[in-house]
Design a protein around this ligand. Sequence first.
Ligand SMILES: *Cc1c(COP(=O)(O)O)cnc(C)c1O
Length: 333
Amino acid sequence: MLLERFPRVSLSHAPTPLEPLDQLRKALGGPRLWIKRDDCTGLAQGGNKARKLEFLLADALAKGCDTLITPGAVQSNHVRMTAAAAARFGMKCHAVLERRVVDTDADYEENGNILLDELFGCTRSYVPGGSDVGAECARIAEDFRAKGLKPYVIPGGGSNPVGALGYVACALELIGQAKQLGINVTRLVHGTGSSGTQAGLVAGLAAVKSPIEVFGISVRHPREKQEAMVFDLACRTADHLGMSGAVERKHVFADDGYVGPGYGLPTPGMVDALKMVARTEGILLDPVYSGKAMAGLIDHIRKGTFRNDEDIVFLHTGGSTALFGYKNLFLKA
Ligand SMILES: *Cc1c(COP(=O)(O)O)cnc(C)c1O
């Protein structure tokens, strides 16, 4: 109902599974744990961007565009999936890669997502960390227009009201799955960055008045900035849905206690969480997003933040492709 009137292409293998994390729970104690496998969305090794790209690509195609331009960090999952989506629809793709992470090695520069960007035929240009990537994308779009192309600029992480519809869809999907399993999900925990995932979830849950609380774990910004970004985009997404006013400020929470030294920079908690989930559940997380989000979930379980009778869902947003850009971190540790 909520989403039917929006143009959408098919890119993701949804519904993604909702599975118990019984071995991890056994190791940790505490609340019942579930994992929503958005690492299995299917597009080019999966991840959360596939859901956003279903709406973004449809918008680009409706506007007659033939070229996607998008920014990201060098090891961007969003760029990798955008490049794959462009290939699927016969479009060109150009990425503006921001050197946001310093002191990197050859694996970070050439392996993981970058290797796959190359295979998908995505052209790339680099800018220093802290650059105005939006302005740089606009400049490249002008160049492309002068050459006769029809560019469509996708913002970082695909995070605008069109892309966030993908996570409105995920929220509705999760509510249906929880009902089928007969569980009462109290909280949904995930890593929050460019904010479209959390904004879409918050808007979708608010639109249907679901009591599920979204528990964001910031991977980049301090709490105040992250929550302001999420709230702003969640409100604009609700407007886009025709549900203005559905989102309240109290629906937005982002813990910034697990960022460590900065975006894309490892923390001991992330390394421990990533190994723990690999060794108890056989599931791969990633060093930049889901690993830090899981470090936060584990720490909150240990601190007793949650009641034992809660059903908590960890949204696995993907990203394990980036592990190959961080090889030395795990081999040396
Ligand atoms: C982009 C990304 C996120 C964060 O999602 P946002 O919508 O940008 O907040 C989380 N996990 C992974 C693996 C990602 O690639």
